[in-house]
Write a protein that binds this ligand. Structure first.
Ligand code: 4NP
Length: 165
């Protein structure tokens, strides 16, 4: 019998910089590995300001320079129901994780499912302080650094998950 796809969602604040990049890079790697049927991949923001918008044009440009197309992605907001819907829910920084737990109303009945909510950089072989910094208010250098971090982490994430799923 065919296994259902493994469902993974990347979460940041606005869903226009960091998590759309992670979605696009992870999808790109999954496609290269011929594993599209094994994964369902999405991203969202804990804030709703940019819902329906494409990613920030600086992020689109940075990704495009590495052959990753983000232009068709549109921002959506994280909802409590994601906790049931997804198998792995990765926050780009600690405030994203805290905000998800607040939105999901973390309580007794969530205790088992809450293990699904992790920091993205838990999968980074060089995790630094464990967070992907928000490049929104900085210059191009910040976008390039975020790209390198996200690529390295997504590669490691895929190599761990392809054994497990
Ligand atoms: P992101 O960056 O969380 O990586 O998408 C941000 C983009 C926009 C805003 C905050 C963070 N904002 O406040 O509009």
């Amino acid at each position: 019998m065919k296994k259902p796809p493994y469902r993974i969602v990347f979460i940041c604040l606005g869903n226009i910089c960091r998590s759309p990049l992670a979605e696009g890079v992870f999808r790109h790697l999954v496609r290269e590995a011929g594993l599209e049927e094994r994964f369902e991949i999405a991203s969202a923001g804990t804030g709703g300001w940019h819902v329906g918008e494409p990613p920030d044009r600086r992020m689109i440009k940075t990704a495009a320079q590495h052959g990753v197309d983000l232009s068709k992605q549109r921002a959506q907001q994280f909802k409590a129901s994601f906790i049931d819907q997804y198998d792995l829910i990765l926050g780009m920084d600690r405030s994203n994780v805290e905000n998800m737990l607040l939105i999901a109303g973390a309580g007794d009945e969530l205790d088992a499912d809450i293990q699904k909510v992790r920091l993205f950089r838990d999968f980074d072989p060089h995790p630094g302080n464990g967070e992907v910094p928000d490049p929104y208010y900085g210059g191009q250098k910040g976008f390039d650094e975020v790209y390198e971090m996200v690529l390295r982490t997504c590669k490691n994430l895929l190599s761990q998950l392809r054994e497990a799923v």
